[in-house]
Structure formats: C-alpha cells, structure tokens
Design a protein around this ligand. Structure first.
Ligand SMILES: [Mn+2]
Length: 333
C-alpha cells in the first residue's frame, strides 16, 4: 500500500524507535547507485545515533567515487558478512530480487522493512514504507528526518543530498518539485555541499570511460529521418578501453539529447547476445511495448531488452527494422 510522505515519516520514526538495542543490516540493491548508497548511509547513521547496532550490506562493493560518503559506516559485501542475527531493512529496492540472491539468501528472504519510492514495489517486507511520489528514497528519508526530528549530522545531510541529486537527474526530471528544493535547502543548511557532491558524483570518470564514449559516439547512426538514433558497444570496446558493463551507464543520453530524436537506442553486444536500452520523451511511443517485441520490458519512456544468441552483424538490421516499424505505427496514432 502506498503511503503519504507524512504517514511514511511516522512509520519510519516508529521503526527507528522500535529497533533500539537491536542489530540491523541496512541492505541496498545490486550495482548500487547514489540513491541506494545515500539511503543506506543516512539510515545507518540515524540508527547508530538512535542506539541501534547497524551496518550496511550489499552484494557489490560501494562504487569508489561514492566511498567518501561511507566514512564512519561499516559496509560489507554479501561474501564478507557472517550472519549474526541481524534484522534486515532494504532501501531503494523495487523488489526483493534487486538485492541479489547472494544477499537475500543470507536472511532466508526475510526482510523486516522495505523503504522505497518505486511505483512497482510489491510490499515484500513485514513493514513497508513506500512513497510513490517521493523523488528518491533519500527524499523520503530526508522528509522523515526533518519532520520527526531524527538525528541529522553533516554526514547524514550529505548522504541524503547525494540520493536526491542522482535520482532527480541533477534536479531535471519531472519529480523535481518545489518541495524537493525546499528539502535540499534544509540539507544544505545542515552540511550538504553541492559543489563537492557534483565533483564526487559526476567528475570522477575514468579515462577508459571517455575512450568508451568516443567509440560509442563513432558508432552512432540515424534512422527514419533522424527520429531514431542508435549507437553500439561491443566486447571489443570494453576490452580496448579497459572498461566494463557499468561504464555504459549514461551513454544512451547522447542519442537522446539530439533535437528531433524520438527514440534513442543503445545496443550492447555481449558473449550471450544483445542487450538494448530504449529512451524516449513521448509517452505515445510506448517503449515498454516496443521492448516487449524484443523480449524485454520496462517503462513507457525507458525500457530495455535482452536478445539471447543474437549478434550485431547478423541481427542489427532486423532489430532496427522492428524499432522503425514500431515508431511508424505509434507516431501515427
Ligand atoms: Mn531511488
């Protein structure tokens, strides 16, 4: 059941109070992003300051550029953690599988609380604090912290600010309301530092990532009179630039950013097939349905697919033809 910000903030306060003297693991999702790490760090600090023995647990390690946010917090990977009767609280996880089986199995699938903002969240925990209109899990935590007078140190303010910046696309997405700016203003008063955050989050890319970007940009092609723009990444590109799959993050924004482009496409050729990302700006084009035609799914404006056994040389033209056909049909509606 989706909660209002106010009800969620009360539930969160009750949760923190009820955990005093207990042992808690704050869990994040696989390949953690800024909102995940920010939520974990902030909640862990709040719990520690409230007399709870709290640590953070992830399947994967905290990304190096976000590591400064985890200062003073114990972050363990699933492989490093030995079960010690902790209660599990998941943050920013749309469903339990996002934790990764390695982490979920440590708790026999038993999650005490689920704190999140994804509309699709199926309420998989005993206590579910899910606010669908929150711009970020950190937005919901920040609201609760301010409303309920939960502990707030500069480290907590910085962590909450991190999640809000990343999940609002640096305050650009539709979720960026006046209420978001008001909360961020409070976080800055309490120690969040926008310039430092921008540097840590967005200006720590590797040289390899820039080389990968060059290769991706070189592969870009336009179709359907510039309405569709596609680019590609191959295993060779990763090998030649010393990068990995995570480094393709954000590349699809390049084709999306061109005037006139209605569907941006990133095709990634891996060992087992082709993965695709689709991005658009007109809901009428229903990219979720397009992805469905390619063994995938997702949202109306952002979707993805996975075509096992396909290669670019053999299947590129067929995939682009399906995308073009979908565009022609739906743009005419
Ligand atoms: Mn989030």
């Amino acid at each position: 059941m989706a909660l209002s910000m106010q009800t969620a903030s009360e539930a969160l306060n009750d949760l923190v109070v009820s955990l005093k003297g207990r042992k808690v693991a704050v869990l994040g999702h696989m390949r953690p992003d800024g909102d995940c790490i920010g939520s974990q760090v902030a909640l862990c600090h709040i719990l520690l300051a409230s007399g709870v023995d709290a640590i953070c647990l992830n399947r994967d390690r905290i990304p190096p550029n976000l590591a400064p946010y985890g200062k003073g917090i114990t972050f363990l990977t699933a492989a490093e953690y030995q079960f010690d009767q902790r209660e599990a609280i998941a943050v920013d996880c749309a469903d339990a599988s996002r934790l990764g089986t390695e982490l979920l199995s440590l708790f026999s699938g038993q999650i005490l609380a689920n704190i999140d903002h994804h509309a699709s969240n199926p309420d998989y925990a005993k206590i579910n604090i899910v606010v669908k209109e929150a711009a970020a899990t950190c937005h919901l935590l920040a609201y609760a912290m301010l409303k309920q007078g939960l502990p707030c140190s500069p480290a907590i303010a910085k962590a909450l600010h991190l999640g809000i910046i990343t999940d609002t696309g640096r305050f650009c997405y539709a979720s960026t309301t006046a209420a978001v700016f008001e909360i961020v203003a409070e976080l800055v008063k309490r120690g969040a530092q926008p310039a430092e955050a921008n540097y840590l989050i967005f200006e720590q890319e590797s040289r390899g990532k820039l080389e990968l970007t060059k290769r991706f940009l070189n592969s870009i092609q336009f179709h359907e009179n510039g309405k569709i723009c596609s680019g590609e990444i191959t295993l060779d590109d990763y090998a030649a630039t010393g990068t990995c799959k995570e480094d393709k993050e954000g590349l699809v924004e390049f084709p999306r950013s061109v005037a006139g482009v209605e569907i941006a496409v990133l095709l990634e050729e891996g060992k087992d097939g082709i993965r695709g990302s689709l991005r658009g700006r007109d809901p009428k084009l229903r990219l979720d349905l397009l992805a469905g035609k390619l063994n995938g799914g997702g949202h109306v404006l952002a979707a993805g697919f996975n075509l096992l056994g396909c290669t670019l040389i053999r299947d590129r033209a067929r995939i682009l033809a399906i995308i073009a056909e979908h565009y022609r049909t739906h743009s005419a509606l």
